[in-house]
Design a protein around this ligand. Structure first.
Ligand code: SME
Length: 192
């Protein structure tokens, strides 16, 4: 599938404050800078992916429609991941939202799991080896590493976007910055 990449002015909300920070910028939302990873993962062109996300979502504000397309897009375009999707808050914890990948846990009880940790701490959480994370909840035994980005609107968490990989330490600092940029583009385009 070809994704349109031209931008238009329309947006569902004012520009979303980015989690990612430029040189010398230290945002209050807990951006975890300085992660260094070794590895052979090919670089992903997140600038292009972000333009494609904006194009993909430019004519729609509906949360379900945009979340479904966003999760499907990330699952299709980001290499070496086996799951990408949303979890949304309920009074008891998190409930599964739109995703790409195999069927996953429907409910994540409050206070348990990496997704709830990212929600509570209002910051991106990267787990290089999920077998070493005591709070990790397994939905697929193939998952080896994980990154969870909170959906923050005016500083308040409205859910999380979760990525799993079958590779250890899959998510580098560059991936974190890139995925946070994609999530910011999603939030700008979406009523939530
Ligand atoms: N591992 C997550 C649960 C969701 S699945 O990875 C899709 C967690 O610990 O919260």
């Amino acid at each position: 599938m070809l994704y349109p990449i031209e931008l238009r002015a329309r947006a569902c909300r004012p520009p979303y404050p980015r989690l990612r920070a430029g040189p010398g910028c230290d945002r209050a939302e807990g951006f975890d800078r300085g992660r260094q990873k070794s590895g052979t993962m090919q670089a992903v062109d997140y600038v292009l992916l972000e333009r494609q996300v904006r194009g993909l979502l430019e004519d729609e504000c509906d949360f379900i429609a945009n979340a479904a397309n966003f999760a499907a897009f990330v699952y299709a375009e980001v290499p070496a991941i086996n799951w990408a999707g949303f979890y949304l808050p309920t009074p008891d914890g998190l409930v599964l939202g739109p995703f790409g990948g195999k069927p996953a846990c429907s409910r994540l009880p409050a206070g348990k799991g990496v997704c709830n940790r990212a929600l509570a701490e209002k910051r991106t959480v990267v787990v290089d080896d999920v077998s070493q994370a005591p709070d990790h909840i397994y939905c697929d035994s193939a998952s080896k590493s994980e990154m969870v980005v909170p959906l923050l609107i005016n500083g308040e968490p409205r859910g999380v976007f979760d990525l799993d990989s079958p590779q250890l330490a899959r998510f580098s600092a560059e991936d974190q910055t890139g995925i946070e940029g994609l999530v910011a583009a999603f939030l700008e385009a979406t009523s939530i």
